[in-house]
Each structure stands twice: as structure tokens, then as C-alpha cells.
Design a protein around this ligand. Sequence first.
Ligand code: FAD
Ligand code: DHB
Length: 394
Amino acid sequence: MRTQVGIIGAGPAGLLLSHLLHLRGISSVVLERRSRDYVERRVRAGVLEQGTVDTLIEAGVGERMLREGLPHHGIELRYGGAGHRIAFEKLVPGRAITVYGQQEVVKDLIAARLAAGGDVRFEVENVAVHGLEPDPGSGPYLTFGDGERLDCDVIAGCDGFHGVSRPSIPEGVLTVFEKEYPFAWLGILADVAPSSEELIYARTDRGFALHSMRSPTVSRFYLQVPADTRVEDWPDERVWDELRARLESVPGFTLATGRITEKGVTPMRSFVVEPMQYGRLYLAGDAAHIVPPTGAKGLNLAVADVRVLTEALAAYFAGGSTELLDGYSAACLRRVWRAQHFSWWMTTLLHTFEDEDAYGRRLQLSYLDYVTSSEAAATTLAENYVGLPFPDDS
Ligand code: FAD
Ligand code: DHB
């Protein structure tokens, strides 16, 4: 079997890449380890940057997002007994975010690929990468299942942080940059109308809490928890007590509660490999970099990588030029590092650190006061949060 681009992973990166390539007349096969049902139900991110929204609309997969997604023009930073709004419409006019679950994006992309006759295979075991070393006799290829083989011109490693593509690059090629945080997030999904119209990022002495949402009847919450937390440690009553303790910190705000339908623990990590490519293997999304979720950047970065890779592959297949492919990693890493810094900064600003001394805590509160009182500082937060324009935006 042969295709132009062999894609490992049917997350947002792999599916969007396959769809964008299809729009350019380039063939691909997507190999995914999990079932379709599993990837469509996996609850993860929810904040789409303006550029992500625009990309999905331009690609013809934005119809349901435009109907059901919730556009937001601001967020609240809550600390010290008061809420402070970061007003996107004033600070970054014309740019906003849309709250739309990652699994909804994934469902829309799978539907679009299948409707166009795309080759997306689920429950594929034993995917392995071969032929990365330059060899005039053979190009890159993938093996999977019981010895099936997929020959391709190029392989896209879109298989997330725990995938097989990054480890298949020989030792010594990649430089790893990484930072672990001494806490995790407990994510909660509940059948209850949001208690706030906009997202609330709350810093408290008990730890960070985030109030988000998925629809007018479904709320999404996150709690900073110790890194070794198990979901079993958090029965529903404890979750609501803690959310109330962290969010009901301003006069007149009451948290509505409801049936909890999902709970999961997300570790917090910053991670980048350089370069994001080796031979004819190109890494995109979480396969190449991870951010702590505080800045809501993971999914959006995956989309940005895929845009760059699509342009490079289109140039390559149109005329054989490898110039853009060769510069793929460098082109992505500028945005990757901006998002790394922003995510680290938001995390540092809003979480409690066990080893933090009184001095560090004062600095944190001072910066929060600065961000919520200076238009320059608030603009820095806002322009990063809604997402910086793509270099190819006119
Ligand atoms: P993924 O979505 O991870 O997709 C990779 C795909 O590859 C998966 O479907 C996987 O099953 C498949 N795969 C893996 N290994 C193989 C293999 N060997 N063979 C074939 N297929 C394979 N970001 C936020 O902004 N906010 C959040 O709240 C948030 N929460 C998160 C919670 C969790 C538990 C995780 C893991 C991530 C979270 N993120 C969040 C980050 C965001 O979801 C990711 O950045 C985004 O999913 C990246 O998309 P991707 O396509 O690169 O990778
Ligand atoms: C959501 C996730 C985030 O990481 C974030 O910063 C804001 C919202 C969410 O899942 O809704």
C-alpha cells in the first residue's frame, strides 16, 4: 500500500493535517491506535483561539462550531476577594476565543474525512516507523497490525506525547527542553448551567480553580491538586466543596452544582524537542511539545504546526522543493516557544507552590495587580490568550 503522507494519530493534529492535505489534492492515510468512539469521547481542551477558529472555517469544517461554539470576548481573573475582567474587545479588537470542546472538533474532522472518502483507520496496533535514514533504495514507510506496510513520501508524527514517532528518531538527534510542575489538574465535567458567562481563572491560597463551560447546560471545571492525586480521592461532594471554597470568593457569586459526568487528572508539564523533524519524519502537536493547560494553548499549537506543515508539503508535492520542509521546525518553534512562555507564566501567576516563600507570594499578587490595572500588561495577556496572528495572515 502506498500514500503520499502517512499520518500517525487521529487527534486534532493528524485529522486536520489529513483534511488540509486532501483540500490540496495530497493523499494521506491516518493510523490511530484507539477506537473511533474513544477518540470522539476523550474530554480535553475547550478554548479555540481566533486563528484556530478561522482555520477550521476556511477548511470547511466550522459549521457546527459556528452554531454551537460559544464566542467569548473576555475572561475573569479572580483573586484577593475580587474579580477583574480582561476585556478582549477593548484590548485586542476583532479577536476573541470560542469555547468548543476538543472532542467536538475531532468529531467534525472525522466526519469530514469519511465523507470525502478519506482513509482513517482506528484500532491499529503496532505502528512502527522505518526508513528514516537516507537510502536511495527505499523511502520512509510504516508497518502496523500483523505486518502490513504503508509506503509514503513523508511521515507525519501526530501521535501525541506518548506516541511512537518521537522515540523512533535516533538518540542524539533531538534536544529536549522540559519542566515539571509539583501539581496536577483535576478536570470535572458536570450537567449544570455555568455560574458565570465568562471563564474564571481563580487564584486562592487553597490552590488554583478554573470555571469553564461546554454549553448553556454543561460546565467544565479544573482544580489544582497534588501531583500524585488519584480520581478516587475526589468524591463528588469533595469536588463541589473545594470548587465552592475556591470560587465563591467574591460577594454575590454562588456556584451552581449538578451531576458530575466525568473526572480526570491531567499532569502539568512543559516539554519541547528540537528540531521537530528528522529525515522525512515531521512531528506536529503534542508529539513535539507539551504545555501546562493554564494558557489553553495545547490544541491551538497543534493547529498552528499543521498549517505550517501543510504549506511545506503542498510546495514539496507541487514542484519537489524541500525548502519549506527543511525549515518546518524553525518555522514552528517561534510560536511554540511563545506559547511555552505564556503557559508557564499563566501557571506561575495563578497556582500555589508548596515551597513558595512569603516573598514569592507577594510577587505573584503584585503581578496580578499589574495585569489587572495596567492596559499594557493586560494587553500582553489578552493578545497571547486569543492567539498571536499567524505569520501568513494578511
Ligand atoms: P493528541 O490529541 O494526543 O492525539 C494523538 C493521537 O495519536 C491520539 O488519538 C492517540 O490515541 C494516537 N496515538 C498515540 N500513540 C499512537 C500509536 N502508537 N499508534 C497510533 N496512534 C497513536 N489542552 C488545553 O488547552 N486545555 C486542556 O484542558 C487540556 N486538557 C488535556 C488533558 C489531557 C489528559 C491531555 C493528555 C491533554 C490536554 N490538553 C489540554 C492538551 C491538548 O488536548 C493537546 O494539546 C491536543 O490534544 C494535541 O493534539 P494532538 O493531535 O497533537 O495530540
Ligand atoms: C479549558 C481548558 C483550559 O486549559 C483553559 O485554560 C481554559 C478552558 C476548558 O477545557 O474549557
